[in-house]
Ligand binder design. Structure first.
Ligand code: FE2
Length: 363
């Protein structure tokens, strides 16, 4: 059994459950540069929720809020705050993908259902993964609408920040559960272990974590999974799990072809990033050698650099985008390097821990 059996084409979109989708739509357009393309809600015949579909390059996100206090959306928000509910996988046949996934031991979230409007019919099904997160399987058939059934065209320009696509989706799970989910992605989705990072790679004076990256053959699907490792103090993964109240998506990485331009724009829009100390940049030339970008520019913007045998990458991490210290975003530019910034882990995690300490959670 392999990935081909499920015929996963790509991540179609990521759906967030949020407390106020109307305001989140504004935030992701004005701060992150997405543009709205479609809307569904009371005006389109939905009675229990409203959703906004936004895109930038090939990256698509859906922001959904409940219109009633009960039901799965409201309960998800009450427990987790704003966060990722669904990483939606586009497949040829959402019925067959569901049957295959369940036969391999996946727990159903909902069985295949046909959803239609005047523009055609799609099929959607879903299986549960870590925490309350799900993977939907979506097959579009010959659907012709602006997004999905129930949505109407609703265009609102964002500021644009040069983001191209979704690069990877990182799970935080609880201590001892990483191997279980690694095995799940192999058995159910047919992915392979692409990289692992042990606690000796990812440790600071106080805390440690383990990480494994699950990917498909072409590396178009990349799902890293983190778990806390024993350390002297509470790790960032435990802080996340405490406030999210379960495992869940810790960060989503957004790909750009010009990180200097993208981060300049995001900073001008008011997006807040983690700060790394100036000493990081003093050590950078010796660590990564010659790169195209001026070190001073990267330092001004707070952009990190890492390299491997095949090239280098540039990356930066936002602060959490909710009051709970849970979901955040990464901006990444790849110049040959398919890694995840291992050489930055120590500086990055020390930066996270400084903020964790300010929140009273590095105990
Ligand atoms: Fe990442």
């Amino acid at each position: 059994m392999n990935e081909a059996a499920l015929r996963i084409k790509k991540v179609h979109h990521v759906e967030f459950y949020v407390g106020n989708a109307k305001q989140a739509d504004f935030y992701y357009r004005q701060a992150f540069g997405f543009s709205r393309m479609a809307y569904a809600g009371l005006e389109t015949g939905w009675r229990d929720r409203a959703s906004y579909a936004l895109s930038q390059g090939k990256a698509t996100v859906v922001l959904t809020s409940p219109l009633t206090p009960d039901g799965e959306v409201g309960e998800h928000i009450r427990k987790h705050g704003d966060g990722v509910r669904d990483i939606v996988l586009e497949v040829d046949d959402a019925g067959a993908a569901f049957e295959a996934a369940v036969s391999r031991g996946a727990e159903p979230a909902y069985p295949p259902r046909e959803i239609k409007d005047g523009n055609g019919t799609i099929t959607r099904s879903a299986v549960k993964v870590y925490g309350d997160t799900i993977h939907s399987f979506l097959s579009l058939g010959d659907y012709r609408g602006p997004f999905l059934p129930g949505f109407e065209r609703s265009e609102a320009q964002g500021r644009g920040a040069g983001l191209l696509s979704l690069d990877h989706y990182v799970a935080n799970v609880t201590l001892g559960e990483m191997r279980k989910w690694e095995e799940w992605y192999v058995r159910v989705l047919g992915l392979d272990r692409f990289m692992t990072f042990e606690d000796k790679d990812i440790s600071t004076e106080f805390t440690a974590l383990n990480s494994v990256v699950m990917a498909n053959g072409s590396k178009s699907l990349k799902f890293p999974i983190n778990e806390p490792a024993p350390g002297r103090r509470k790790s960032q993964v435990e802080e996340y799990n405490d406030f999210y109240r379960s495992p869940g998506v810790q960060h989503i990485a957004l790909l750009t072809a010009d990180i200097v331009r993208t981060v300049s724009q995001l900073r001008a829009n008011g997006v807040e990033f983690l700060k790394v100390p100036d000493a990081y940049y003093d050590a950078l030339p010796a660590r990564v050698g010659a790169i195209d970008e001026a070190i001073g520019t990267l330092q001004d913007l707070g952009i990190l650099v890492d390299k491997d045998d095949e090239g280098y990458l540039l990356q930066i991490f936002t602060r959490p985008v909710e009051d709970r210290p849970t979901l955040f975003f990464e901006i990444i530019q790849r110049k040959g390097c398919q890694g995840f910034g291992k050489g930055n882990f120590k500086a990055l995690f020390e930066a996270i821990e400084r903020e964790q300490d300010r929140r009273g959670n590095l105990v």
